[in-house]
Unconditional design. Structure first.
Length: 57
């Protein structure tokens, strides 16, 4: 089990390294939109965690 987890993490790290640099050039508007989507996703995750905590109480 431990070796399979190490292999999985190694594979994920390899994929992240391969795609670290984007192959296409992004305009400023695209970068701003992607940052907004990241913030929105983080907000939604926080909202789900908050709702889960409320349900536990």
């Amino acid at each position: 089990m431990r070796t399979s987890l190490k292999r999985l993490f190694r594979k994920v790290a390899e994929i992240n390294q391969r795609y670290r640099e984007p192959r296409i050039e992004m305009s400023r508007a695209v970068r701003v939109a992607l940052e907004f989507l990241r913030i929105y996703l983080l907000f939604l995750v926080c909202l789900m965690v908050y709702k889960f905590i409320l349900l536990l109480n």
